[in-house]
Design a protein. Structure first.
Length: 468
């Protein structure tokens, strides 16, 4: 904490200025987690978490003042009319760090800052986001470790993802007017995070979840996603923190808690399903995920609520899959099945009609699943003769059914058959560090190796040619 009385007084002035600006901003925030004075205060508290009390004195009073002031000013650019004209919110959000930088420089006298102080704090505001390459931030400005301070600010901002980041009343408003699932995820994620605790002994950042093991299946998916979001931010500054010699962390982990509220478990299950839909290249996996997500909704005791949730799931998720993956004919079949039985709005139907429609959808989806399971078994029986000639196999286009068919092959066949995976450049995904984190072909080849095949060959061309 600051010890110099003048800096303490001036920091108090900056805090009050930011609070006043946010109070003047009457518009509701967009459907993202809130950015306001309470977030700024939490980022300041996060800085104290990241730097042990025994190490805090290694920063000069001037450096502490710059760091804490930037914690309060880094998101002030999120105010739409901050610079004298109200701008479209998406533009404001994407450029908020530049807007914050400009505001600090242009309003330095209002903030009680000297020219050099304003420029220093403005640079910290600019580089607090991963959209800016932090290595472009000036390493030192005189005696000020500018890049190190920017790294602490970035990480402090990244770890403010707990339940203090969201407002229950605002969330209800956004749910009523409609909310995309990815925005809903960011709000719910914060409701599900109890705290974020740096562990200086194990050099990790621990995200303490409220979610328990019994709340949903495939919890590793949501845990991995939450970890990866913070991990990505950490990795952009990790080396800078290590070289700074004050405090640093090597990785991120999550720990499960006592459990979330029952009314949020359906949301958790849907979000896990939506993440799976985006990650799964196999059409059969996509269909299985939609079916496994839909049936628990239909089993909700309040059938009117179930009707509404399923219609929303159909419009926001199933139809999005059809738009992005028009070749998935089975998804279209499920969409038509729901459409044929749930055309009307729930407000226009009696409770009996609602219940009948729900039961019809449930029966037809169960029949669809049983029929598909029988057809898949038949497919596997046909595959046995094809997989008995010990020739090579050429694969193009990820298929979970092919993987399952190959899995049933005899051990002798697996050891003597060559598998060639041709599709390795579609659907590549990179993180902010420009590291390849997903590739259809790599995933395909990896799965086939895991089921026992030793001769698996693939050529990947994400950025440059290399054998994998």
């Amino acid at each position: 904490m600051l010890r110099d009385k003048q800096y303490i007084k001036r920091l108090g002035f900056v805090r009050q200025h930011v609070r006043n600006k946010w109070e003047e901003n009457k518009g509701l925030p967009a459907r993202y987690t809130i950015h306001d004075a309470s977030h700024a205060e939490s980022v300041e508290k996060a800085i104290y978490k990241l730097i042990p009390k025994t190490k805090y004195s290694e920063l000069s009073e001037e450096e502490k003042f710059y760091l804490l002031s930037s914690a309060w000013l880094h998101d002030i650019g999120m105010i739409p009319d901050l610079l004298g004209r109200k701008e479209e919110y998406q533009k404001v959000r994407s450029q908020h760090h530049i807007r914050s930088m400009k505001y600090v420089e242009e309003q330095r006298q209002e903030l009680g800052l000297e020219l050099g102080e304003a420029k220093t704090i403005a640079q910290l505001c600019k580089y607090h986001t991963k959209s800016e390459d932090i290595l472009r931030c000036q390493r030192k400005f005189g005696e000020i470790s500018l890049r190190l301070l920017a790294s602490y600010l970035r990480l402090a901002d990244a770890i403010h993802v707990d339940k203090t980041r969201v407002d229950q009343s605002l969330f209800k408003i956004f749910l009523e007017i409609g909310m995309p699932w990815d925005s809903k995820y960011h709000w719910l994620k914060s409701f599900w995070i109890e705290d974020v605790l740096p562990d200086f002994k194990n050099l990790t950042i621990t995200i303490q979840l409220l979610i328990s093991q019994d709340d949903a299946q495939d919890l590793h998916i949501i845990r991995n996603m939450i970890e990866q979001e913070v991990r990505t931010e950490l990795y952009t500054v990790r080396d800078i923190l290590i070289r700074g010699g004050i405090s640093y962390f090597l990785d991120v982990e999550t720990k499960l808690g006592p459990g979330i509220e029952d009314n949020q478990k359906i949301d958790l299950m849907q979000i896990i399903g939506n993440i799976q839909l985006e990650q799964k290249p196999s059409a059969s996996d996509v269909v299985a995920t939609i079916v496994s997500t839909t049936l628990p909704i239909l089993d909700l005791p309040d059938k009117r609520q179930a009707y509404s949730i399923l219609k929303t799931y159909q419009n926001e998720v199933i139809k999005a899959v059809i738009k992005n993956r028009p070749c998935h004919m089975l998804v279209k079949k499920i969409d038509r099945l729901i459409e044929d039985n749930m055309k009307e709005n729930e407000q226009d139907l009696s409770d009996i009609q609602i219940k009948d429609n729900i039961n019809n959808v449930k029966t037809k989806i169960q029949e669809f699943r049983r029929f598909r399971e029988e057809r898949v078994k038949t497919l596997f029986s046909f595959a046995r003769s094809i997989l008995s000639d010990f020739g090579s196999v050429l694969l193009f286009g990820y298929s979970n059914l092919v993987i399952k068919a190959l899995e049933r092959a005899k051990s002798k066949f697996k050891k003597s058959t060559m598998i060639y995976v041709c599709e390795c450049s579609a659907k590549n995904q990179y993180n902010e560090m420009n590291e390849l984190i997903y590739c259809d072909g790599i995933k395909y080849a990896s799965k086939i190796r895991k089921i026992g095949f030793t001769g698996v060959y693939s050529k990947c061309q994400p950025k440059i040619d290399h054998l994998c």
